[in-house]
Design a binder for this molecule. Sequence first.
Ligand code: UD1
Ligand code: MG
Length: 450
Amino acid sequence: MKITPLLLAAGLGTRMKSQTPKVLHPLCGRPMLTYALEAVKAVSSEKPVVVIGHGAEAVREYLGESAVCVLQNPPLGTGHAVLQAEFLLRGASDLVLVAYADMPLLRPETLIRLVETQQQNSGPVTILTVVADDPRGFGRVVRGADGSVQAIVEEAAASPEQLSIHELNVGAYCFRSDWLWEALHRIPVSKKGEYYLTDTVELAVQAGLAVQAVVTEDQDEIIGVNTRIHLAEAEAAMRKRINAAHMLAGVTIVNPAATYIQPGVTIGRDTLIWPNTYLEGKTVIGEGCEIGPETVVRDSTIGDHCKVFKSVAESAWLEEEVDIGPFAHLRKGARLCKGVHMGNFGEVKDSTLGPGTKMGHFSYIGNATIGANVNIGAGTITCNYDGVNKNPTEIGEGTFIGSDTMLVAPLKIGKRAKTGAGAVVTKNVPDETLVVGVPARPIKKLSRDE
Ligand code: UD1
Ligand code: MG
């Protein structure tokens, strides 16, 4: 059975008061629209159709090849919006799953239930409802004496009696395609001059056809975003959902309300996360780590048993048992091999620090390849940029870089060498050689125990 998802995203989003189309506002780091797209993917492998209008070009660009866009201009209501896809879907799909793109918390499981219910339904449509204390301005679901769904009444058109109904229309529907298109052409125009998709329910009932309803128990699912207050509400609910999934999978989150984990981040068991920690993008964290507090990890891989304390890592790779912070800054291409220790006020960019290397305090390491068990003294700087090019530095294993050494790149320092405190090293240093001064010069060959 062919099921085509159809997402409505053409509304004005006036109440967001923004230059950015509503559905592109970020929620936990991703445009809101992404969540609806992901949710419908679980239901159908068909490319979703997205109805765009307000901010059409930006939305189209964001969607790229991931969806088929149809334009609705002007926006004349949700029924009119669906109708814009008729030329694509009439006769080309068995079921059409309609959802609103501004409802990022709708879960794939719920949409699957909606479709499965419609597959059993002799009638042409199944709707998603919720029973809630706060009506949120939603359409009310009117049921007959036998409990069957009779109509959806929009708040503006509802009688006082209907206003007191607690069952609400969430805004996700599964239609039989062969019935939908013809019904949409018969929707009456509302007082506001709009065509309401919700009126299809009454059309089915009038024709003696069964309308089914799936009732969701998850109150968070129904958070639709119309204002930035709703956006924050949706963000908090999404954060709670993401954090709960990690906790159930064995991650300790000391304060979930202050832990910001984007979707797609993976975290191993027995990792502990302290508050005010942001785990973003394509981040992978191993088992038994301790992350935070006050830490940002973006697009980075962190191996097992690492400790990241009050630090920032962007596009970095920490192997196992690495310990950094407080106030360490790892930038793009930083690789810290097993057992590296990096203390306060260090920055590493496009560099590898070999296993067991220590960089305790106040250093900048850029475009460098550093061997195993190197000691990088306080205040060491790789002078990697000559105003035009970034030049490489190589340091061999077991070398000791004295405090405040300037390593003027391009530069190669051999194995088990030493630089004196304050050295400005402008020439390559052979293995097992001590250099001192400005500019640094060799003063002796080192014996093994020096
Ligand atoms: C709609 C439902 C209401 C439901 C509520 C849940 C209708 C008539 N009413 O009301 O029963 O309880 O959602 O949130 O459907 N859109 C278009 N083109 C348009 C108008 C809207 O694409 O011409 C899109 C919007 O971008 C939005 C979605 O459809 O994503 C819903 O539109 P909105 O105006 O927010 O409808 P509500 O008044 O919230
Ligand atoms: Mg709405």
